[in-house]
Design a protein around this ligand. Structure first.
Ligand code: PMT
Length: 223
C-alpha cells in the first residue's frame, strides 16, 4: 500500500445494506455491516483521495475528513451515486444493494386482521446502479464492483464485470461465516476485464481495502 497514490483524485465509495421500506416501521434488508466499504473509504483517504462515502445505515463511525452521504433505499443510493459520479475519478460499490423492493410502501403500519392468515408481498426489481453508471461513464473514470456470491464465484463474478462495464471486480464468497458479511476479515478474487484473476489470502478488510485502493490508483494511472 503506497500513500498518496490517490492525491488529487475524487473517489466515491458506497457501503452498507440498503433498506427497502414495507411500511413506516418495517423494511427488507441484508446482512451488510458496512465494514468493507468503510475500510475502502479509509484506505482511499489514507492514499490522499477526496472521498465521498455514500452509506446505508450502519453502526460504524465514518473516517475523519470524508464527506458522508447517508441513504436508506436503493433508490436513494442510485440518486446519490448518479449525482456525485460525473465529478468523480473512481467509484467503488461495496454496498450490498437490494435486487428487489416492495411494489408499494404502505403509508400506515400494515395490520394483521382476524381473517388474514397470510400476507403476500409484491416486489419489483430495483434499478441496477452500476448499469446506470456505465451509461454515463467517461473514458477517464474507473468503476469497481463487488460480487457477493454463494456459488460459482468466478463465473458469476465475470458475468457481473462485463454486464456492469467494470474496470475491476472483487468477488467474495458470502456463504462462508469467516469472510464476506459482518466480520472483520475477507478474502476476494480480483477479476480484471482481460480475464486475469488474483485471489487474496484471507486477511483483514483493512488489508483487502488497501490492495483494492492500490489497484484503483494503478487503473487511474493507466487511463
Ligand atoms: O458490509 P460488510 O458486512 O463488510 O460485507 C461486505 C460485503 C459482503 C457486503 C461486500 O464485500 C460486498 O460483496 N458488496 C457487494 C454486495 C452486492 O450487492 O453484491 P451483488 O453481487 O448483489 O452486486 C454486484 C455489484 O453490483 C455490487 O458492487 C453492488 O453494489 C452493485 N449493484 C447491485 C444491485 C443493484 N441494484 N445495483 C448495483 O449497482
Amino acid at each position: 500500500f503506497t500513500p498518496q497514490t490517490l492525491a488529487g483524485k475524487r473517489v466515491i465509495v458506497t457501503a452498507g445494506g440498503t433498506r427497502e421500506r414495507l411500511d413506516p416501521v418495517r423494511f427488507l434488508t441484508n446482512d451488510s455491516s458496512g465494514k468493507m466499504g468503510y475500510a475502502v473509504a479509509t484506505a482511499a483517504k489514507q492514499a490522499g483521495a477526496d472521498v465521498t462515502l455514500i452509506t446505508a445505515s450502519t453502526k460504524l463511525t465514518a473516517p475523519a475528513g470524508v464527506t458522508v452521504v447517508p441513504i436508506q433505499s436503493t433508490t436513494d443510493l442510485s440518486e446519490a451515486v448518479l449525482a456525485a459520479f460525473p465529478q468523480a475519478d473512481a467509484l467503488v460499490m461495496a454496498a450490498a444493494v437490494a435486487d428487489f423492493q416492495p411494489d408499494v410502501t404502505a403509508d400506515q403500519k400494515i395490520k394483521k386482521t382476524a381473517d388474514n392468515d397470510e400476507l403476500i408481498l409484491k416486489l419489483k426489481k430495483t434499478p441496477d446502479i452500476l448499469k446506470q453508471v456505465a451509461a454515463i461513464k467517461q473514458p477517464g473514470q474507473v468503476t469497481v464492483g463487488f460480487a457477493a456470491e454463494t456459488q460459482n464465484l468466478l463465473a458469476n463474478g465475470q458475468k457481473k464485470l462485463v454486464s456492469k462495464s467494470l474496470d475491476l471486480l472483487a468477488a467474495n464468497d458470502v456463504s462462508r461465516a469467516d469472510i464476506g458479511f459482518n466480520g472483520d476479515d475477507n478474502q476476494v478474487t480480483f477479476i480484471a476485464p482481460n480475464g486475469v484473476t488474483d485471489q487474496t489470502p484471507k486477511t483483514s478488510k483493512t488489508m483487502i481495502a488497501r490492495a483494492l485502493v492500490d489497484r484503483v490508483a494503478q487503473l487511474l494511472a493507466e487511463k
